[in-house]
Design a protein. Sequence first.
Length: 189
Amino acid sequence: MSTSEPTPAEEAALRAKEKAEQDALPYKWTQTIGELDVSFSVPGNFKGRDIAVDIKKTSISAGIKGQEPIIKGDLAHTIKVDESSWTLTSAPDGTKTVEIHLDKVNKMEWWSHVVTSAPKIDVTKIVPDNSKLSDLDGETRGMVEKMMFDQRQKELGKPTSDELKKLEILDSFKKSHPELRIDENTRIS
């Protein structure tokens, strides 16, 4: 059994199959690393009271009241129910769209499908939009800024943040212990 990369023709066939499977779904969905949006069309004469949407931490059911749900099943991953919502919007062509916004619990994970019964997409092929640092939560932003700083330092041949920290500790130690002769070549682990 070969574990080599697929040929360009095989890759194109896989992408076409994936696209056909996704296009066949009765809903459309998109995602960012932290959120997922699902939408489907309903007749223009429908009101919010005609729509049934049930969003739970690990499952979803949505469609027209009294009919088989358009999307129903266990979610691929957990969501924050209190941060998730749905709306009914009017389109210029007279139809309406149910838009469901799901807030992911794990904001560092791509979903391969919305519900586990749906066909999967290859998440390794996702190319995320460039995000702004200001969009990230404090801890993630700090990690990204540190990585960016360290990358710049390496490119300039300068010490990374971890190396700078070690140098500060060494300087502090040298000042505290002037009787010891320590230079830059002294190895500290």
